[in-house]
Design a protein around this ligand. Structure first.
Ligand SMILES: CC(=O)N[C@H]1[C@@H](OP(=O)(O)OP(=O)(O)OC[C@H]2O[C@@H](n3ccc(=O)[nH]c3=O)[C@H](O)[C@@H]2O)O[C@H](CO)[C@@H](O)[C@@H]1O
Length: 356
């Protein structure tokens, strides 16, 4: 019998790839042929390009800007070119179903899926839908939401709330291995610092200025982003990494608290693993404000504490972390009420229902 084929897309930042990484192993296990359409040089190429049994197809992609800019005139041509490339790939590979995690590279793929009449499903991780998904949604068969509240922003008929799709291996971390990997001990609690998949300069700077105070009571694992490791800092109890792949599960297992940006995937991972979090959402100046809304929703549910970026100073950071430690038992109790195990299975069921 001919093998079934699925095509994934999504990229730009890790947040637009990770859900695909959570689903791909299931399809590998079931013997499906797997294709991935991503950009030529985005993080998706790094994370997916080397996976066994997955054929990676790079296409041209344009970042559509919401505001007038010279780039706007160039980009629609790139999107058109990308759509033609994606249509050619879809025509040749003939997938039964397409799954998109959003990001700009996914727009031409969904347009091409529509042209080629292959059903496409879009996943939205954030509380409010991003621009790429907003453009693509009319061309998709179904949209899946991570936050229940997102249903209010999406077309009722084709939307379903599924919850957060989390990589299975993250639940299999080993604290001892995590501590050993970071060169830390059991003596003091561990604070994990994650400035989003790309790191955050502002958070990095403030944390480093506060190190003497923080290291008094904590050990720190700092994921600071590509090119941001400061090798001049050699304090005991402070471990720095640009990005962590396979060992992330052990690092999570070793972490007692986390200080993080409020990217949707990351915060649902901390919730599912019950790691109390202090969130510093990306400001409105640097984004569409989606992280501020994600963070507020987590604060309302008492899963997180929030410190707005404009209030971030050495003092406020230390103060908020002290509060987080005090409140941690209450936060952990609240987190126990959240159940996420079913999300991935439901997504797979939906894809089965829709596939050609
Ligand atoms: C600047 C930007 O556009 N940010 C967006 C991006 O964030 P970003 O790309 O940071 O995405 P998320 O925080 O949602 O997810 C990051 C993912 O990368 C993983 N990870 C991170 C560091 C590391 O060393 N190893 C690793 O595996 C995390 O575990 C997580 O699964 O997508 C999110 C989901 O649409 C949005 O909410 C964010 O607003």
């Amino acid at each position: 019998m001919k093998k079934k084929r699925i095509l994934f897309t999504g990229g730009g930042t890790a947040g637009h790839v990770i859900v695909n990484l959570a689903l791909i192993p299931v399809y590998q296990r079931d013997g499906w042929e797997i294709d991935y359409i991503g950009s030529k040089d985005g993080i998706e190429k790094k994370l997916i390009g080397k996976l066994e049994g997955v054929t990676y197809h790079p296409i041209s992609t344009g970042k559509l800007r919401r505001y007038m800019s010279k780039e706007n005139f160039k980009d629609p041509f790139k999107v058109l070119k990308g759509t033609m490339q994606a249509a050619r790939i879809i025509g040749k590979r003939k997938p039964s179903i397409i799954f998109s995690k959003g990001g700009f590279v996914s727009v031409p793929v969904i347009l091409a899926a529509n042209l080629k009449r292959v059903p496409a499903v879009i996943h939205e991780s954030d509380y409010t839908p991003g621009l790429a998904n907003k453009i693509a949604i009319p061309f998709a068969k179904k949209v899946l939401a991570t936050f229940p509240e997102t249903m209010d922003f999406l077309p009722e008929k084709k939307t379903e709330y599924v919850g957060a799709v989390i990589r299975e291996e993250l639940f299999q971390g080993d604290k001892k291995k995590g501590l050993a990997f970071a060169g830390l001990t059991k003596e003091k609690p561990v604070l994990l610092i994650m400035g989003g998949s790309g790191g955050s300069r502002k958070i990095n700077e403030t944390v480093r200025e506060s190190l003497p105070q923080l290291l008094d009571t904590l050990q720190i694992i700092h994921i600071c982003g590509q090119g941001n490791v400061d090798s001049a800092i050699t304090e005991k109890g402070y471990a720095q990494f640009e990005y962590i792949n396979e060992e992330l599960k052990d690092i999570f297992a070793a972490s007692d608290y986390v200080l993080s940006r409020a990217g949707a995937n990351a915060i649902f991972e901390f919730l599912a693993l019950q790691i109390p979090m202090l969130l510093i959402p990306l400001s409105k100046q640097a984004s569409r404000g989606d992280q501020i809304i994600n963070a507020r929703s987590f604060k309302e549910k008492q899963y997180a504490q929030v410190l707005e970026e404009e209030d971030l100073t050495r003092d406020s950071l230390v103060k908020e972390l002290t509060k987080l430690k005090e409140k941690a038992p209450i936060i952990r109790d609240k987190m126990k009420e959240y159940k996420s195990e079913k999300a991935r299975d439901r997504v797979i069921e939906i894809l089965k229902e829709i596939q050609k």
